[in-house]
Design a protein. Structure first.
Length: 275
């Protein structure tokens, strides 16, 4: 493709972010090196993205760390992107983690296979009996503010701002990775105490139907999503998280053919977004 016609992409990442058990920077260095084959790429820290939006054809938000670390800058970015009509990848219409944790309450109420979740004191009785319970901020990330309690409870005045869930006894966690609505690969953490020690996982038809139900619910036309689930002691899959803002991809945990296929699909998705 001639240089004059190559689309320009602002790639938003925090290469210095220190993630527990993961090296965000390695993944984004690899991705940008491959995307540069088809696009003109510039990297930017999330705090500086809003000021640069009008100089690029599209913006890709990748391993930029939890938004709560730069909430004001992120809010400015979203407002500016909407004002300019910027093509953002993932689009800013996500209903999962991009919008906070309210979706866990909504999906639980709607009967989806989700860890039972409530956000009001009046609904605590809806939770099943468990050995202990998890209380966490609805706008939290990376376990910030998470605490365990012996009985389900919410502090006074916390309705609508914190979530309560039973602490689930699970066999392992598994993640399903999608580009647009196309499944790419799955990884699982066979040892619950080592969340990011991941291995390739052969997803069954039932597993994929489970994961796709949340991708379909989210209605994003373009973008990368990760569906995180846990396998209960009884064998059921329950949603833990629908990551639709900047999901870490663990590309170092898959074989080269899978990694190459993912990069090719992401390139095609970006080209489709750019029209």
């Amino acid at each position: 493709m001639p240089a004059a016609t190559r689309p320009s992409v602002l790639f938003v990442t925090d290469l210095a972010y220190d993630a527990r058990g993961r090296r965000y920077c390695d993944e984004d260095i690899h991705l940008t090196s491959r995307l540069r084959e088809d696009f003109d790429i510039a990297l930017c820290h999330p705090r500086g993205a809003a000021a640069l939006l009008d100089r690029f054809d599209a913006v890709v938000v990748r391993n930029s760390g939890p938004v709560l670390h730069y909430q004001e800058a992120y809010d400015t970015f979203r407002a500016r992107a909407r004002e300019l009509g910027t093509r953002v990848y993932n689009p800013l219409t996500g209903r999962g983690d991009m919008a906070g944790k309210q979706y866990l309450v909504d999906l639980s109420r709607a009967g989806y296979p989700v860890i039972p979740t409530v956000d009001r004191a009046a609904d605590l009785g809806l939770l099943p009996e468990a050995g202990s319970y998890v209380v966490k901020p609805k706008l939290g990330a990376d376990s910030a503010g998470l605490r365990f309690v012996p009985t389900p409870s919410l502090p006074p005045g916390a309705d609508g701002t914190q979530l309560v869930q039973p602490r689930i006894d699970f066999r392992y966690e598994v993640s399903f990775y999608f580009v647009d609505h196309d499944f790419q690969y799955a990884l699982n953490a066979p040892h619950p105490e080592r969340r990011w020690v991941l291995e390739p996982y052969a997803a069954s038809a039932a597993d994929l139907a489970f994961a796709r139900s949340f991708i379909d619910w989210n209605t994003l036309d373009h973008g990368i999503q990760r569906v995180d689930a846990c396998r209960t002691a009884e064998g059921e899959l329950l949603l833990v998280e629908l990551e639709d803002l900047n999901p870490y991809l663990s590309l170092d945990r898959v074989g080269e053919p899978v990694r190459e296929a993912f990069v090719a699909r992401m390139k095609a998705s970006l080209r489709e977004l750019l029209g």
